[in-house]
Design a protein. Structure first.
Length: 180
């Protein structure tokens, strides 16, 4: 093999590198939308808490719901715009289910700090709100990419193409036997 050729052992590494690069791009896009959503979440949280006088966790739930709506638009039309768009009712349903689980994680941390430990100053509330958002975000990243915004079904496309080729080959053999 010449110096410009690629050995069989280099191909998996190239594929792994492309997959890693794609994952890094996805994480960056998810982070950009998530960072903007974080700002929306914290802004709404502090506005609702200080303007309305609602309890900390209630204000946080409202802020989380606003951020979830903001993030859906960002994820669907920026982060995962290249993903399968079939089954949008399924996608939205799963997004809401996993977002609700993330909401429970996020606000569970705040609830535990506020009512379990009695840490409810504005600074403490923001710290635990931020910590809860971080834990909820890890869960959301995993669930959104695994279940909600699924990759285009390349495996299904390949299997479909293979079955078409096999059927064509079967038909060709059948025609040859009939024409003999």
């Amino acid at each position: 093999m010449g110096s410009g050729s690629t050995s069989l052992s280099d191909k998996p590494r190239g594929t792994m590198r492309r997959q890693f690069d794609q994952l890094m791009r996805e994480i960056a896009k998810f982070g950009a939308v998530g960072g903007a959503g974080l700002l929306v979440n914290l802004l709404v949280f502090n506005l609702v808490r200080h303007i309305t006088g609602l309890q900390v966790v209630r204000a946080s739930v409202i802020a989380t719901i606003v951020a979830i709506a903001f993030n859906y638009v960002g994820f669907r039309y920026f982060t995962y715009r290249d993903r399968d768009k079939n089954g949008s009712a399924r996608e939205i349903t799963l997004f809401l289910v996993f977002s609700a689980a993330g909401l429970v994680i996020e606000n569970g941390v705040l609830f535990a700090a506020t009512y379990g430990l009695g840490w409810d100053s504005p600074l403490q509330s923001n710290i635990f709100k931020f910590l809860g958002i971080g834990l909820g975000t890890l869960f959301r990243f995993w669930s959104y990419r695994s279940w909600v915004f699924k990759a285009m079904p390349a495996g299904e496309a390949v299997a479909g193409a293979e079955s078409i080729l096999k059927e064509a080959e079967r038909q060709r053999r059948h025609d040859q036997r009939v024409n003999r």
